[in-house]
Design a binder for this molecule. Structure first.
Ligand SMILES: C[S@@+](CC[C@H](N)C(=O)[O-])C[C@H]1O[C@@H](n2cnc3c(N)ncnc32)[C@H](O)[C@@H]1O
Length: 237
């Protein structure tokens, strides 16, 4: 929208008033106002996402990956509850930027975000969200204490998306322990994004198999990344 608004401005006839002060038409002024509103909104949204802290093994998804995963999250919610998809309980475990992305898309459509939950170690994500004047649904989570989970989410999550911080068996086993306690026992779905080397462990601990889709990151990672699910994905292969 903003580039369209700028293009309109560039093509707009500039009218000079009597005192030679250049004037923009009402049309161009409206486009300019829209551009600045969009830009301001984007700056506010961007400021919510903290910089990566590599000591915490933080590697944020790129925009395309957030879009792909968010589309799948919404498709799963619609399948689970066609009349009220936002009532489906979704847990984002150690994948904060995806949580922010899905949350932003919903808020921009005036949809409820009450059932989107972030379980994350980094308390920077527990802050107040200035952009939308609301608090994040943040739950402090440490895979080293996998049984410490919000009681109200146990067995209630229809979808869990997880991206554990380390490529060790211990980290995946612990995170899997938590996921199994969060997820609905029969129909719960899982999306796991992690290193491709974890394929056997994803099958062993979570009965999840590899999809063709490869998550991408804002900063290039040397490890090959992969996506594993315990169901047939709806919107990507
Ligand atoms: C590989 S990153 C995944 C982030 C994801 N790609 C995103 O963009 O949202 C690992 C995540 O695990 C979190 N983390 C770090 N230490 C943790 C711990 N002890 N327990 C649980 N999560 C942890 C990091 O803060 C980070 O959000």
């Amino acid at each position: 929208m903003s580039s369209k608004a700028l293009e309109m401005l560039a093509n707009e006839t500039v009218e000079d008033s009597d005192d030679d002060v250049p004037q923009l038409s009402a049309h161009a002024l409206a486009a300019l106002e829209e551009f600045y509103t969009d830009q301001h909104q984007q700056e506010k949204s961007a400021s919510v996402q903290p910089a990566e802290d590599w000591n915490l093994s933080q590697f944020w998804y790129n925009e395309a990956t957030c879009e792909t995963l968010a589309t799948e999250v919404e498709a799963c919610c619609r399948e689970q509850n066609p009349n009220s998809p936002s009532e489906v309980i979704v847990a984002f475990v150690s994948c904060p930027t995806l949580y922010l992305h899905v949350r932003k898309l919903r808020l921009n459509k005036q949809q409820s975000v009450d059932n989107l939950h972030l379980l994350e170690f980094d308390t920077r994500f527990a802050s107040w969200d200035d952009s939308y004047q609301s608090r994040f649904n943040f739950h402090r989570y440490d895979f080293r204490e996998p049984e410490k989970l919000p009681a109200n989410l146990l067995g209630k999550c229809s979808l869990v998306i997880a991206d554990p911080p380390f490529l060790s068996e211990e980290c995946l086993r612990s995170t899997a322990f938590s996921i199994q306690r969060l997820i609905c026992s029969n129909s719960g779905r899982l999306i796991l994004c992690t290193g491709a080397v974890q394929e056997d462990l994803a099958a062993k601990y979570l009965n999840a198999s590899r999809r063709q889709f490869k998550p991408g990151h804002a900063n290039r990672l040397s490890n090959e990344f992969a996506c594993f699910t315990n169901y047939s994905t709806i919107t990507f292969e």
